[in-house]
Design a protein around this ligand. Structure first.
Ligand SMILES: C[S@@+](CC[C@H](N)C(=O)[O-])C[C@H]1O[C@@H](n2cnc3c(N)ncnc32)[C@H](O)[C@@H]1O
Length: 214
């Protein structure tokens, strides 16, 4: 039972999405078999839409894991754009480097090892899209730091913002997630009510917030 969407809706939407790259599909299946926390397929499809809509050439990502989403986004940009991504787990960082190399994308994707809270202060350049997909309690910090690097009209996408439905109702909150839930609720209030941003929170995957920086 999915606490955000009914399963038949999720699987119907997923089945509408065409598989465009066989190697990427094999990589997705391997990640799913290992239960790695990669983007939901339908979230990937919306990211694809935004990349095309803003004609994105530069993306900053917080939370690389084994590199699936950065490789996916690089493909969407026809391997022409630049992605800067960061990962604090040494194991996943090395896996990401290996995977990115196997797709021949070393020149397109820069992976930084370490805590994004620190790395974000040392990244230069400006970006069309930011994708926040790491420690949920730090989303506001990640957002504020990414915001300073966005081009005008840039979009910040924040994944897992409904966190298995817990963010929307106390009935679902488990004790050990109370701090995370409080922080994500504060985050959603912030990006929804600050005049500098226009935010839409979508019940897609585990919840995706789309924020336009005015
Ligand atoms: C949900 S996964 C990212 C999945 C990836 N974006 C994808 O869809 O393929 C989150 C990753 O962020 C990393 N992470 C969490 N907090 C972080 C932080 N403060 N700095 C850097 N990486 C972090 C975790 O180790 C984990 O691998």
């Amino acid at each position: 039972m999915d606490n955000i969407n009914r399963e038949y809706i999720d699987s119907y939407i997923k089945n509408l999405i065409p598989d465009e790259n066989e190697k990427l599909e094999v990589f997705r299946k391997e990640c799913e078999e290992r239960a790695l926390p990669i983007i939901h397929k339908e979230v990937g499809q919306l990211i694809k839409l935004f990349i095309n809509q803003v004609n994105a050439k530069s993306i900053i990502e917080v939370g690389t894991n084994v590199g699936y989403s950065s490789i996916f986004m690089s493909h969407v940009m026809n391997n022409q754009g630049k992605i800067v991504t960061m990962e604090r787990s040494e194991k996943f960082y090395h896996e990401a480097l290996k995977n990115i190399k196997s797709f021949g994308l070393e020149k397109n994707i820069d992976v930084h090892f370490g805590d994004a809270v620190e790395i974000l202060d040392n990244i230069g350049g400006t970006f069309d899209i930011a994708f926040i997909d790491a420690a949920k309690s730090y989303y506001k910090t990640f957002f504020d730091k990414c915001c300073q690097k966005m081009k005008s009209g840039g979009i910040i996408l924040s994944d897992n913002v409904l966190y298995q439905g817990m963010i929307a109702t106390d009935d679902l909150v488990v004790r050990r997630k109370k701090t995370l839930v409080r922080n994500l609720r504060t985050y959603l209030e912030y990006i929804s009510h600050d005049d500098r941003y226009i935010t839409s929170v979508l019940p897609l995957g585990d919840g995706l917030a789309v924020t336009l920086i005015k």
